[in-house]
Write a protein that binds this ligand. Structure first.
Ligand code: ADP
Ligand code: ZN
Length: 292
């Protein structure tokens, strides 16, 4: 899918913002990255980026870190809500962008944005029901059902699932809310806190990775059972460990034990649980995709 409209995207991350303008996925006219500082300064830089372009975009998509209010009928729609990120609680991110640039704004979580981007242009093409997971500083999950991002009371929080403990793993986990939830065991900072070594420095044969594969495979299995996605995309820094993919494939098949009758699970799991197709551009393309 290519668009005639000139689109803007803001990937609003906890550590950096990425702004882009153009006709995605291929014709991107300009991209700018800057660190996330105060809301005042950061949002102004995003506004300045779009004002400095020859033409303002027709509409702007914001894919944001959370928690965020993504319910259009809510009084605080478009706000970052109760984030631990200093200064950002109760920030009207979408409203301010819309007012300053006088353009329609689409607003969703970073992972729902990435899911929509992958659905339109990346590894999710050809599906209508899709799961996008990222394992990095945290664990984020976005889901599309019938091509639409899933919202609910707030938005899904798949990173905080409770899972059976791996045999021999005594780590208490580092989620401030739940200890040994999924994110508390497999996100990069949890791996580092457990082993005293950054995740990227652990060799592929380290037992840490069999624990990570254990938790990720149970998480993905449960998600497959609940949502019946047509594809599962797994990205983020931790999934740079490519050996995790085959380890997850075989464990998911073993947990399901042939119960779900789908050739994608039984014969083609290496094409079913896959890395993102949009690589490092997934975030900002996902933001642009939200406008569509
Ligand atoms: P973010 O979550 O902030 O968007 P990333 O997805 O890059 O960013 O995640 C950063 C986390 O991923 C860090 O905790 C880091 O230790 C971990 N990480 C980055 N690269 C690798 C790698 N090659 N192998 C394992 N872990 C990695
Ligand atoms: Zn948790």
């Amino acid at each position: 899918m290519k668009t005639d409209s000139l689109l803007g995207g803001i990937e609003a991350g906890g550590t950096k913002f990425v702004c882009a303008i153009g006709h995605p996925p291929d014709d991107i006219h300009a991209v700018e990255r800057f660190p996330t500082t105060t809301p005042e300064e950061t949002i102004s830089r995003a506004v300045d980026f779009f004002r400095s372009q020859p033409q303002l975009p027709d509409s702007i998509g914001i894919a944001t870190f959370g928690p965020a209010d993504v319910r259009p009928d809510s009084e605080t729609y478009g706000f970052i809500t109760s984030t631990p990120k200093s200064g950002w609680s109760n920030t009207d991110l979408a409203g301010r962008i819309a007012r300053e640039l006088q353009r329609p704004v689409a607003f969703d979580t970073d992972v729902n944005g990435a899911a929509v981007g992958e659905y339109l242009w990346g590894a999710g093409q050809g599906t209508q029901n899709l799961l996008y997971l990222t394992i990095g500083t945290g664990f984020g999950g976005g889901a599309l059902v019938n091509g639409q991002p899933v919202h609910g009371l707030v938005h899904p929080e798949m990173g905080h699932l409770f899972l059976p403990r791996a045999e021999g793993d005594n780590y208490e986990g580092n989620c401030p809310f739940h200890g040994a939830c999924l994110e508390g065991m497999v996100a990069g900072p949890a791996i580092q806190a457990h082993w005293g070594t950054p995740a990227e420095a652990l060799p592929p044969d380290h037992i840490a990775w069999s624990f990570v594969a254990h938790y990720l495979s149970f998480a993905v299995t449960n998600m497959i059972l609940i949502l019946s996605p047509e594809r599962v995309i797994m990205g983020g820094g931790v999934m740079q460990q490519e050996h995790l993919f085959p380890a997850i494939h075989s464990r998911v098949q073993s947990h399901l034990n042939g119960y779900v009758k789908a050739k994608e699970l039984i014969d083609q799991i290496d094409q079913y649980i896959v890395p993102p197709g949009l690589g490092s551009r997934a975030g900002v393309l996902g933001a642009m995709a939200l406008t569509l």
